[in-house]
Write a protein that binds this ligand. Sequence first.
Ligand code: HEM
Length: 406
Amino acid sequence: VGAAALIGAGTGLGAGEALSPGADPAGGDAAPPRLRMAGSRARRGGLGRLQPGITGTPPAFAHVLALDLADGGGPDRARERAAAVLKAWSAAADRLHEEGPAAVADGAASADLRPASLAVTVGVGASLLAAAGREDARPDAMADLPEFASDALQEQWCGGDLLVQVGAEDPVVAAAAVQHLLARAREHTRVRWSVRGFRRTAAAAEDPAATPRNLMGQIDGTNNPAQGSSLLERTVQVQPGAGPDPMAGGSYVVVRRIRMLLEDWFATGVDHREQVIGRELATGAPLGQRGADAEVDLTAENADGSPAIGGHAHIRAASPQNNLGARMLRRGYSFDEGWRADGTRDAGLLFMAWQADPARGFVPVQQNLADSGDALNEYTRHEGSALFAVPPAPSGGGYIGRELLE
Ligand code: HEM
């Protein structure tokens, strides 16, 4: 099985697809094959498969929720609750991937709608393992994220025992699936935080294959590992180690709710905005180079000999070259909650970084962005933060996360 097939198996694109042939709404690299849910796919060499919703073209809408287990009853009860929820979600996710909105309760908002690439992804937080008395099963890669100098975290947007990401090309399909999944967990959980994210839709895209823009207007995602590449596979998927690893074939996601100071950002000139990132706004080309796809050359110079990409440009500080080769797959969503009570804008990026080990992905890069004075910091506020283990898709009668719990 090639890397493309292995990774593509996680796309969660439903059969009888809502997308027209060739439509690739969220852009990036080549459009992934229109695959059904990963549930029936073979495993390669014992390596589990990624859940849907991690690689492949991100659907235009995603609702991301963190839930906590209901209190009381001690570790045994917590473990029972967690197992009940994860079993229910695994079964529900399988059905949703196979049958689409038809699998949700009778009379749902999505009645008569097509699958719309519905994809459900489920994760487990370290706090769940602690509550369930399973600290000993906590993988090293699940170490708490360190504090970063630029953090402005608010408790209400941080942490969570469980993660659900529901992606779809249609917001009503996503909403109905969220309703369906949460009804199955109601007795055992309460929602801790939730963010509805969006990207450009296929209907609006001039070039559906082009990398989309974020709310700051930048083409965002250009220098991600390419879909289907072995770099992507190595970056995202936990590889088998010397001993048994319940996470082999799975991934880890860092979620950061990053508010953008959009008024301040758009009050500056285009030149300044380009310097902050180190790329042209119109084309996405690295400064001093041509075309968005040009390999970033951090040594490129202006006519006067000064660096084309400034010392504090975001792509300099975030570059693998300056972070011991650290790599991640950035697959975030814009959010827009209007205005806060104090009149400031509540919109930004629900940043999601997928990697096999956050210590070799998000953590060193964010440390460098915070400590080296990334010019973007002036226009962003990291208000929420969470880390989840996203176990491989279950096989042979198992359920998501079983190996972590039992
Ligand atoms: C690159 C925007 C936060 C890591 C970029 C690019 C843009 C961008 C426009 C250039 C195009 C691309 O290669 O995708 C933003 C915005 C952020 C944000 C608006 C916050 C609201 C972060 C965070 C991290 C990060 C928190 C990780 C800790 C990276 C990396 C690259 C990148 C690794 C590619 C660098 C390279 O190899 O060229 N970002 N970013 N970004 N960003 Fe961010």
